[in-house]
Ligand binder design. Sequence first.
Ligand code: NAD
Length: 488
Amino acid sequence: MSPIPPVDPRHWINGRRQPSLSGETFTDHSPIDGTPLAEISRGGPAEAAAAVAAARDAFPGWAGTRPADRARVLHAVADGVEKRLDELARVETHDNGALLRSHRRGVMPRVAHNFRFFADWLTGSLTHPDFDTGSRRNHVSWDPAGPCVLITPWNAPLMLASWKIAPALAAGNTVVLKPAEWSPLTASLLADIAHEAGLPPGVLNVVQGYGAEAGQALVEHPDVRRISFTGSVPTARRVAAAAAAHLTPTSLELGGKSPLLVFPDADLDLAVELAVEQYDNAGQVCLAATRLLVHEAVEEEFTRRFLARAGALVQGDPRDPATDVGPNIHPRQLERIDGFVRRALAAGGTALLGGAPHHELGGLYYRPTLLTGLSQDAEAVQEEIFGPVLTLQTFADDDEAVALANGTRFGLAATVVTGDRVRAERVTARLVAGTVWVNCFYVRDLRAPFGGSRRSGVGREGGTWSFDFYCDLKNTVTAQEAGWTHHG
Ligand code: NAD
């Protein structure tokens, strides 16, 4: 028997539930213990075409709806998320294995907040500036662009979907969401919630599908006006290549290999807490600071305290409130993580902590791991592992710290731990990253831009930057004196 309430496994297209034309499905399993959760409709080009057609037909009506009325519907979606918060949290935990207490306390409230924030930003903070030259007035407007395809990964499914859907809908666009095949359930629940909140048919569509089967047809579609993709670099290349055919503007939020820099003047207890936090969601967090860079003067003491703290983490069932580290998402992911670790050990690295799957727990649990003795060009230092695996390197001075921190192809985030404000300013100015935290981690203000540099992404979303992306910006230049024959 399924451990969660039933979730409709079919697509949501034009305000109706539909199975795939082919009748095909795939089985969605829980990473907690492998229990089958649902037989999900397996979408392809036919479903992609139907969903984009629905979004295209619904666009004029939704774009023409007054912003205040659009905002009211988005607040009603937020109300629906809050009303069903516990159900959403439970379903998400069974589907992707992240901690139930995090879903209840942090993730699902943030999902509701995403809808409220972008609704309020639309009606409150989005100003349409005028530039007056005396004889001519330049008026800037943010016009809805059309159907948007939003593609999300499995590690933070509803959080990332809402982060894209909310600004896209607030801006007056219509949406086709393609959730990841390893955690497709809460997207289906969100379609129900949006429908109950009064979102008209076709404004939000959800196409389920296995990887490229539905995704590729969506990003290739000529009627799509925006693509926002969050996922891995190899898939992003395919998405960008498909988008190039129609020059569809595309936002790419990709992977990372972010550093955490611990300077000799740092509060070491704080540094250890921030370092241990990187095992959250079993390391399956794009922003995770997986490279610990520690000044050589404090390395011994930092490592001693880190091993004591990380060694006491409780690994197990993510539904248990006592658990700190849950399972990884899929057998393929566990194998991938273990491959990176085994190759690092074979290449001369040492595991100061972990270094293998947690066999006693069975299933998909990988022990929190700390690798040391690796050079900057080692695979485990350069590549995103997306599991509970951190590397430890030392540096002698600020220049070396910055060189190591910037020394990968990624640039998503960085965290600096120091007691010296001047050093913090000097170092952060030199880091290549979309987000830099100083003496803190993870939480950021939705008004600020979010995205990655280098291979970590293209473009920024958040606050006005989301509206810049999801809208066609228009400048209307009007002569103030000439040409007016009718003044009514
Ligand atoms: P993935 O690239 O395998 O898949 C992402 C999505 O793309 C899925 O929905 C998948 O079905 C779909 N897809 C696959 N092939 C496609 C194609 N040809 N065309 C269109 N869509 C296609 O990524 P993943 O394994 O699901 O997620 C993990 C990755 O996501 C990691 O690299 C992680 O760092 C990254 N991530 C980034 C952020 C961020 O904000 N920067 C946030 C979370 C995760």
